[in-house]
Design a protein around this ligand. Structure first.
Ligand SMILES: [Zn+2]
Length: 346
């Protein structure tokens, strides 16, 4: 065994600590509860997101977000020291040492503003970045009646969209498709689609690793206009927004039920796989073994055992692990459900 694989091996034995940068919106108690942690004294109520295995930084709001491992090394430095150990040769050949993925736990303590994210093409043309931001929501906890919104119901002209953004009122949300969600649901949100998350859900979120957002709704959240439109002219920023319509059939194609998976299988619709993969592992009729892969592993229900070539460890709901490709095949046993959040297949 080489030194580098030893370094990678340590990651599988370490639960990632919460990494909760301050955000402009409220939340965080559901993240702490899921992680099995008490709400700390003096909690500011603005820690709604836990950035898991993150190499990305906030676009604004202080620029935090990068994961620091237990040994004090920032994740980008750890990954750079042993790309093949972390990602495997095939991933490195295609993507270099970039994980191509940002994973978050997100607790909406209030409804989030209506916003959208640019596509890869728009980001490459106007933001000097190869990643856009397609994202997906894996609903872990939802209050009764919890709602999310995706895509305009009707086709909007440029003037229609500009008018809704000018008004900064409830018409913007009302123009979107509402989706009632419960624990076990998953929703893919393609880049460009306007969306919002209602109050009272804890989601596991997979995203392309950027923090580019066009904040269509910004006034009620007190956001700076420069922040709202990525520093771009507003008409240009609004060109990144899909003007609709997203009809019922399209909406259905963006949804799945991750909690129906037995053994192992995808949590998200196939269309997600060009951007990231979320694999449910749930032993039902005996242990389940899945291939080696770099993965942020989130234990979403129950308790069990996770075994790699480096040994076995007990895991339970709320645990978050970063498993390197070099750990080899992963065998999961017990009354447990975990979700492996992974980059696109190389
Ligand atoms: Zn978003």
């Amino acid at each position: 065994m080489t030194d580098t694989s030893t370094a990678a091996a340590q990651a599988v034995t370490a639960t990632l600590a919460p990494n909760t940068p301050r955000r402009f919106y409220r939340g965080g108690e559901r993240v702490l509860a899921f992680r099995g942690l008490a709400v700390p004294d003096g909690f500011d109520g603005h820690r709604p997101e836990d950035w898991v295995g993150s190499t990305a930084r906030l676009f604004a709001e202080g620029g935090g977000g990068v994961t620091t491992l237990d040994d004090g090394v920032e994740l980008p430095d750890a990954l750079a020291s042993d790309p093949e150990g972390w990602f495997g040769a095939d991933h490195v050949a295609r993507f270099g040492g970039d994980p191509n993925l940002l994973t978050k736990l997100l607790d909406s303590g209030e409804r989030l503003p209506v916003h959208s994210h640019p596509s890869r093409e728009f980001a490459a043309a106007h933001l000097d970045c190869d990643h856009g931001k397609t994202e997906a929501w894996i609903v872990l906890v939802a209050d009764p009646g919890a709602t999310v919104w995706v895509g305009f119901r009707d086709e909007l002209s440029d003037d229609d969209l500009a008018g809704l953004v000018d008004a900064q009122d409830e018409q913007l949300l009302a123009a979107l498709n509402p989706i009632h969600v419960s624990a076990g649901d998953a929703v893919l949100v393609p880049a460009g689609q306007p969306h919002a998350i209602g109050e009272g859900v804890l989601i596991l979120e997979l995203q392309e690793p950027t923090d580019f957002s066009v904040m269509l709704e910004h006034a009620r959240f007190g956001l700076e206009l420069d922040h709202a439109f990525l520093g771009l002219d507003r008409p240009l920023a609004l060109r990144s927004v899909d003007h609709g319509p997203v009809d019922a059939a399209r909406l259905a194609s963006l949804r799945s039920r991750w909690s129906d998976v037995e053994g192992s299988g995808p949590a998200l619709p196939d269309e997600a796989s060009a951007y990231f993969r979320a694999e449910v592992v749930r032993p039902v009729t005996g242990d389940v073994t899945v291939d080696a892969a770099y993965a942020a592993v989130v234990v979403v229900r129950g308790a069990g055992t996770l075994t790699t070539r480096h040994g076995a460890r007990e895991v339970r709901e709320g645990d978050v692990l970063l498993v390197p490709h070099g750990a080899g095949e992963v065998t999961v046993g017990g009354d447990v459900t975990l979700i492996r959040c992974m980059p696109p297949a190389p």
